[in-house]
Design a protein around this ligand. Sequence first.
Ligand code: C2E
Ligand code: MG
Ligand code: MG
Ligand code: MG
Length: 277
Amino acid sequence: QAKQDGRNLCVMYQPSNDEGNDSRFLFKSQFESALTKRQFILEYQPRIELDTGEISSLEALVRWNHPVKGIVGPIEFISLAEETGFIVPLGEWVLREACMQNKRWLQQGLPPVRVAVNVSAKQFCHSSFLYRVKEILEESRLDPTYLEIEITESALMKDEKHILHTLKVFKDMGIYVSIDDFGTGYSSLNYLKHFTVDALKIDRSFIKDLPRDKVLPKMILSLARKLKLQVIAEGVENYAQHTFLLNNGCHQAQGFLYSKPLPASVVERLLNKSWGC
Ligand code: C2E
Ligand code: MG
Ligand code: MG
Ligand code: MG
């Protein structure tokens, strides 16, 4: 049959030894309907205050509950969502879901925590982003001080005036802003002088070899101290790393040592347990 239409041959019989490319095509075509079918879910990873051990915030991390592939992690679809522009509606869904969930927890009387939402550069620089954040906070009636926005350094490299304004408004509203994967993006630190942010997140790759390889974490901690910024360590997996961070003035930590990302119902029990201890 394929012989009858030679032009289609290469399309029909293109060998696909690249699983990755197949999923990309599949995912791209299914993005929109996945959102309406409510196939995206959020997990929440607790972050602790190093000096007290208390859970002070939760990072919301998106997953795709795919009908065929099962639970798909963000590494497999976020960059594609950024390329196609789907990150804008997806990111909006994540923000809304995280704010509404945190409001429910507050209303249930659980100990208050901040919820941290990852925002991609494309979403952050979109002209409607600031408006959306305000709208979602009003809709969910979440106090802005219980929201944190995590952006990567690349988001701060775009249109400087626009970003300056957005960050200033967030500051005035009381939204906490942190720089994710700090140190892995750009070599220029100039933006730190101009932009008002609250915290630097030391990337997991710098935490991995602690305490043996401590040059970069020490540098980030001392830089943060001078700029009066908080420091959050990510990817903490063992006590040696924990002890180093505690002894070197790191404020918060997050990683498998404390907890992996958890479904909302499980986090809820964890927060409940920590109440009054
Ligand atoms: P990230 O924001 O740096 O998030 C931390 C990632 O490290 C998460 O992976 C988390 O599960 C993982 N992690 C946490 N603790 C440990 C640890 O102790 N050891 C190791 N090996 N890994 C740890 P995940 O959930 O696969 O997310 C990967 C990335 O996807 C995130 O990195 C973030 O950049 C992106 N992402 C996740 N959710 C969203 C979202 O809603 N919007 C956007 N724009 N990006 C998202
Ligand atoms: Mg993050
Ligand atoms: Mg990170
Ligand atoms: Mg990271």
